[in-house]
Design a protein around this ligand. Structure first.
Ligand code: ZN
Length: 388
């Protein structure tokens, strides 16, 4: 028995040494892990701090450093992907999101998030086909409503109006609110394109759809009236625009000049003058005023109306209109000076006669139903800056 003792002792010592080595090894691992854990947030906070100080280049470097220390963290990849996209570095943003999608250990929720990020990268980069496919894959996920909204924007940007209508209807069905006015705009766009292709029947049908989906919307009424007037059906155009006076009086100024022209063509200026004068008393605008002046054959009556308007609304536009009227009726000796004065004030009034987007501030001489700056629908109040 005694001869067996040293062997047992050696074995026990061996086991203890192995245990100690394992313990020391594991301690070292834990220490390293702890160091990594403390380094990674440090780099992350550094990146965040730089980001808050709008030093995006340095922030990206800090995030890349943090990512190298802890490649398993998806959050950093997401932060980096969003940063790249915001800076317009779409290729790099795509690479980050594709890397995330290629990872087999990514939880499903993060996978959807990465696909959403990727779709946004494609959209921003103008790769609409790939964006469409990526957004479509988000159906049935937590990003479904957002993806449908993005798809709606995408179809609008590519002027695929029928697909836009389909998307808007799906959003309505999913309880994302009413898209009636927007759908009416899509039908109006279809009508305008059909008219440009000399397809009046298609335009009629599209406008009927627009009016059915949003009976209160001003654009279908304005457009339908313009088409009737262009076809010489002035009495019908006036009847349609009279609905606008009742439903959307604020939008009448957009079509006031054409309303007056149709009234003259239909031989019924008195009724139109009465309606426009009543509107002008409630909601004065330079367009309604100009339309009224067009219906006033008598120079003295025009001048009186302008003087009243200047008292009611002392704007550069009204002053310019009054000076122009005065120049037209001035004595030959005063005419040149009167015309010069009208020209100077008219030029000063011009910038004030723009429309301005309430969403982004984009200004234009022309009225837009969808802002070319920010793509928002109905963001232009239908009054010129001078009339606000
Ligand atoms: Zn805008």
């Amino acid at each position: 028995m005694d001869s067996e003792l040293p062997w047992v002792t050696f074995a026990l010592i061996g086991v203890m040494l192995a245990f100690a080595a394992g313990w020391i090894g594991s301690r070292l691992d834990i220490r390293q892990w702890k160091r990594e854990q403390s380094d990674s947030p440090k780099a992350y906070y550094k990146g965040l701090n730089l980001l808050l100080n709008e030093q995006q280049d340095k922030a990206i470097d800090a995030f890349i450093e943090a990512m190298q220390q802890d490649p398993g963290t998806a959050e950093l990849h997401f932060a980096l992907g969003n940063l790249f996209r915001r800076r317009g570095e779409y290729e790099r943003a795509v690479r980050v999101h594709e890397y995330l999608l290629a990872r087999s250990d990514l939880p499903e929720a993060d996978r959807h998030r990465a696909r959403h990020g990727l779709a946004q990268d494609f959209m921003k980069a103008g790769l609409f086909d790939r964006a469409e496919a990526a957004f479509r894959e988000l159906d049935g996920t937590a990003f479904a409503t957002d993806a449908r909204l993005e798809l709606l924007n995408l179809y609008e940007r590519t002027r695929d109006w029928r697909a836009a209508i389909d998307s808007a209807r799906k959003l309505e069905a999913a309880g994302a609110g009413s898209f009636a006015t927007r759908i009416a705009h899509h039908w109006c766009e279809i009508a305008e394109e059909a008219d440009a292709r000399q397809r009046p029947d298609e335009a009629d049908a599209a406008l009927a759809e627009a009016r059915a989906v949003a009976p209160q919307a001003p654009r279908p009424l304005i457009l339908a009236g313009q088409r009737l007037a262009a076809a010489g059906r002035h009495a019908e155009a006036l009847a349609l625009w009279n609905e606008l006076f009742a439903l959307q009086p604020g939008a009448v100024s957009l079509v006031a000049a054409e309303y007056a022209a149709s009234a003259l063509a239909a031989g019924d200026p008195a009724a139109a003058r009465e309606r426009l004068a009543a509107l002008q008393a409630r909601q004065p605008s330079s367009d309604t005023l100009a339309a009224l002046l067009g219906l006033e054959p008598d120079a003295a009556a025009r001048s009186t109306r302008l003087q009243q308007a200047l008292k009611q609304q002392p704007t550069l536009s009204t002053a310019a209109a009054l000076l122009k009227e005065n120049a037209a009726t001035a004595d030959p000796g005063d005419k040149t000076q009167a015309e010069q004065l009208a020209q100077v004030v008219g030029a000063r009034a011009k910038p004030q006669q723009r429309y301005r987007c309430a969403a982004c501030g984009f200004e234009a001489q022309h009225y837009f139903w969808q802002c070319p700056g920010c793509q928002t629908w109905d963001s232009y109040p239908p009054v010129r800056l001078d009339d606000q």
